[in-house]
Design a protein around this ligand. Structure first.
Ligand code: FEO
Length: 169
């Protein structure tokens, strides 16, 4: 059993995670367009992670006998001025997601839903990692500046990222 308010908050977060997935898919297209296949690969994995985040919430809601409602997703941006501009947008977006997860936990606390509070701890920790990863890539992109050779080395490194399905407790 889950309260109506908590149920609605979970449905909204499912939508927000799916928006994240679409935003990053749009970034895959951007990086493919400018020929940075490694960045595109990194972003493709980000898409898979966001889908997993959405499905984790979806399955949790089912396990609590909640009511799933799939909401319309806003159209994401389609273009960025540079890889740095794009990663700064990722960092900003992940900071927004962190605030959304905090908001979800606030609702869980108001509703005295201890199971939801416990479940959402995984998402909270994941956000620390997400923010750290993109902040680090932003710093490196700022450091290399206009150096295309260095940019290609970063591209090569990001191309090695592989997807590991998360175990969402
Ligand atoms: Fe699902 Fe990147 O937060």
């Amino acid at each position: 059993m889950i309260s109506e308010k908590m149920n609605a908050a979970f449905n909204k977060q499912i939508k927000d995670e799916m928006y994240s997935s679409n935003l990053y898919l749009s970034m895959v297209a951007y990086f493919e367009r400018i020929g940075l296949k490694g960045f595109a690969n990194w972003m493709r994995i980000q898409v898979q992670e966001e889908n997993a985040h959405a499905m984790g919430l979806f399955d949790y809601l089912i396990s609590r006998d909640g009511c799933i409602s799939i909401e319309a997703i806003d159209k994401p941006e389609t273009n960025w001025a540079s890889p740095l501009d794009c990663f700064e947008a990722v960092y900003k977006h992940e900071q927004l997601v962190t605030s959304l997860i905090n908001g979800l936990i606030d609702v869980a606390e108001q509703e005295k839903d201890r199971a939801a509070i416990s479940f959402l701890q995984w998402y909270l920790k994941e956000q620390v990692e997400e923010e750290a990863n993109c902040s680090e890539i932003c710093s490196r992109l700022r450091f290399v500046g206009e150096d295309k050779h260095a940019l290609l080395l970063i591209d090569q490194e990001l191309g090695a990222r592989t997807y590991v399905a998360p175990t969402i407790a």
